[in-house]
Design a protein around this ligand. Sequence first.
Ligand SMILES: Cc1ncc(COP(=O)(O)O)c(C=O)c1O
Length: 503
Amino acid sequence: MQRSLQRKTPLFDALMNYIHEETIPFHVPGHKQGRGNEFLASILGKTTLAMDLTCLEDLDNICNPKGVIKEAESLAAAAFGAENAFFLVNGTTCGIQAMIMSVCNPGDKIIIPRNAHKSAIGGIILSGAHPVYIEPEIDPFLGIALAITPEKVQKALELHPDAKAVFVINPIYYGIAPNLKEIVNVAHSYNVPVIVDEAHGAHLSFHEDLPLSAMEAGADLSASSTHKLIGSLTQSSMLLHQGNLIDPEYIKSVLNLTQTTSPSYILLASLDIARREIALYGRERIDKAIKLAEKAREELRKIEGLYILDNSILDGHSRYAFDPTKLVINARDLGFSGYEIERILRKKYHIQLELSDLYNIIALVTIGDDESTINTFVKALKEIVSGRQVNKVVRYFVDLPKISEQQVLPRDAFYGETRIIPLEEAEGEISAEAIMAYPPGIPIICPGERITKEIIEYIQLLHSEEAQLQGTQDPQVKNIKVLNQRLVLLQNQADSIQNENVG
Ligand SMILES: Cc1ncc(COP(=O)(O)O)c(C=O)c1O
């Protein structure tokens, strides 16, 4: 990366030039740079509305960039150590779908951890891919699915050498990262590309104490949430590419299937600026975030009964590396559920976490934090747990439900003949929908899988903890869509795809 070049912001500059030329707009958006919506302009600011433009001759076109978007994408590719970067304005979801559709035609196999985000299941449905799930190891204390290992990828590829890609999450929501370099070596020895969900890893290549980024590890494609951790506006992300296993021109064609033709230039400009800032000042800003998180860890470790995730969990396998900016805190020995702590923090202290689950909470420490935000968080948490005795009266002894057998491909289940029934009566049926707590958005059941008693009971427990459940057509997530042809017609397909999960 050439530092002096990274000072440039071609896309942002072109946008500002357009505004300063005071061109009279006879084009969309119809508010015409704020004039048609003065109320919104008074809230967001006149400049923001003036910047709310979409593809125009001087501003390039996202469907086939040749001008300032292309220039900005090239600078981003250099900053992130990629050969090509594609700007995304439909979130990392759109990037993940595009990654899967770039490597899989209908029926093609993809090796993928079962704890992938719902956007990956969406990509599988859209592409018609055949998922071969890797069952990640579960951490029984934290109650979470961990990272996948090179050994499991090797085993999956031995069984399915015809797979078109290996999908990896780097890192998982809780900050734990896999041995991505070795996974890439294994996959590439089969000539199979590695595509990476880096929704929680946009910052990785900018600090040596963080796990390796997908591009550093030699992966072929990664969907990176610039907006989540490194300062661009919500919904703006990047797809990063390198190597010759996936054709970048084909990626562009796929993106043109799903990405809007009217990208917000506010979002695009924010990508250009966030890239400049992280390329020039990323190391020092991330260093500060790591130190702040370490400080919080040090304070919280003093509280008996709290368990704080750190490098001591690393085992060289499914806990290969850890992102220290993720404050993952577990209070099960004090009898708290994560949901309960999140509610108290929000209601009493006006502190909003990134995620809670049955056992844990995650507080993200980012380039936007400082001493005062960290001190307030630590003080509040100390107050909440101060009255509790460590008695190991664990509130729940519930394991994550066992991953159910895949009976039908997700796309066939999604488009199959279905009916909607109460969840409590759905044992034994094949689901046509996914259900997940959001966040983290990891499906508890996926379309095409058989619904078990354990899964129903787990969802009921999440209901009782007021977890934010979603995925079903029924907004209350009390009813579920299941396939009509429960056993007979599906038997042939089921025979061919059952029991292929790699455990
Ligand atoms: C692991 C993971 N992948 C993908 C996504 C999708 O990202 P986006 O919300 O930018 O579409 C998320 C969102 O939280 C996520 O947690």
